[in-house]
Write a protein that binds this ligand. Structure first.
Ligand code: SF4
Length: 330
């Protein structure tokens, strides 16, 4: 089994794992907070390495990446384990199945080859939290990039900067699951109180590695939909990631209150200058923020219909879409 990398040996014989922002310190036999790594004499062992929880081929839009290669087919994969305690309680991929027959093994090289054979434009890590599956994700993305596939994460953003820096050259995009913008709300929705490292991680991905970043927020009335939090999220996206960053705002609960919160957040985001805010409807088009021309149609398979040389085909407004495998920076 593979060992955590990055990790450091401590003077007392324990090891500290630096894969995610918990930085667990583990004696031999002690499990990390993710439940899928365990301390050993010679490091921290990734128990879930090489095991996948799901694999499916589908459109990139399913992963709320709407400004990256619109209409592209992707191989979506995922592993076991979550960084967040709430996800471990609620999510379907928290623990590795005991039954060996249900432990699906898929070497990263084979997964990348499968994506190529299926004519997928890329791979996206979607099931489970990539923050705790770092080594497999790194290997997968190295293979995928070597065959000119694009790579993306749907992530809590709880990776460490050190882990991200290992991925950086091979990582094209992230969809950041931004849960709240205040300590108590983040703690309630994720189980972590120290959440601001998530913002640093996303900013670093964009600024240091030229990653395409989109943001997804599910609004839960009375928890993360206060005026201060909505203002904070929209301002941070605008000021740090840029006015053309796509923000996907979905109702977190069934019912009218969550729908109203989402509509209010959309209004605030537009007032603060965000150009692309999407709701739950999967068929929303992308329109030029200057003249309203349709840039991407999403009735059926997404199609770019209004782009010319990186700008709106009607008025020339620059539109920050990523339509090739080449990064802008990083
Ligand atoms: S991946 Fe995160 S939670 Fe798991 S052992 Fe490492 S630091 Fe701890």
């Amino acid at each position: 089994m593979r060992h955590s990398e990055p990790a450091t040996a401590l003077d007392d014989g324990r090891w500290q794992c630096h894969v995610c922002q918990w930085h667990c310190t583990l004696a031999a036999g002690e499990h990390g907070r993710c439940l899928v790594r365990v301390g050993a004499e010679d490091g921290v062992i990734a128990l879930h390495d090489g095991l996948i929880s799901g694999a499916v081929v589908g459109p990139i839009e399913d992963y709320r990446l709407w400004h990256l290669m619109p209409g592209a087919q992707m191989l979506a994969l995922g592993g076991w384990g979550y960084a967040f305690p709430t996800d471990q309680q609620r999510g379907p991929y928290a623990t590795i199945p005991d039954d060996p027959a249900k432990q699906r093994k898929l070497p990263a090289e084979k997964a990348a080859s499968f994506a190529l054979a299926q004519l997928c434009r890329g791979v996206v890590w979607n099931f489970g939290d990539p923050s705790v599956s770092h080594e497999y994700v790194l290997e997968l993305f190295q293979y995928a990039r070597s065959s000119s596939r694009v790579t993306a994460l749907v992530t809590t953003g709880y990776e460490t900067i050190a882990a991200l820096d290992q991925l950086g050259h091979y990582l094209d995009a992230i969809c950041l699951d931004l849960r709240a913008f205040e300590d108590a709300a983040y703690a309630r929705l994720s189980g972590v109180a120290q959440w601001r490292g998530i913002l640093e991680l996303a900013a670093h991905a964009k600024q240091r590695w030229g990653c395409h970043v989109e943001v997804l927020t599910r609004l839960h009335p009375g928890v993360n939909d206060t005026a201060d939090q909505i203002h904070g999220m929209a301002s941070w996206i605008h000021d740090t990631l840029g006015a053309q960053t796509a923000w996907h705002i979905l109702p977190g609960d069934a019912g009218a209150a969550a729908t109203q919160s989402a509509a209010r957040a959309k209004r605030v985001g537009h007032e603060l200058g965000l150009k692309f805010i999407y709701g739950a409807d999967p068929q929303q088009s992308t329109n030029c923020p200057a003249c309203g021309n349709t840039i991407i149609e999403r009735s059926g398979q997404a199609r770019v219909v209004g782009l010319n040389d990186g700008g709106c085909s009607r008025c020339g407004q620059n539109i920050e879409l990523r339509t090739s495998i080449f990064k802008r920076g990083g």
